[in-house]
Design a protein. Structure first.
Length: 53
């Protein structure tokens, strides 16, 4: 990605103009399950969450 597109994307993200459709959340301990869901396709992204704290 060139620097101009990077700057535009950064500005759009900062003002909330970019949206990501999260289809499912999986904890890091279930990374294999998250990978299977990505391979299966479907709508939205799979968000892998880390430990809190």
């Amino acid at each position: 990605m060139n620097i101009t597109l990077w700057i535009i994307a950064s500005v759009l993200a900062a003002v909330g103009a970019l949206k990501v459709d999260i289809g499912d959340r999986c904890p890091l301990d279930d990374i294999a399950k998250a990978h299977d869901r990505v391979d299966a396709g479907g709508r939205g992204r799979v968000l892998v969450t880390g430990p809190k704290g």
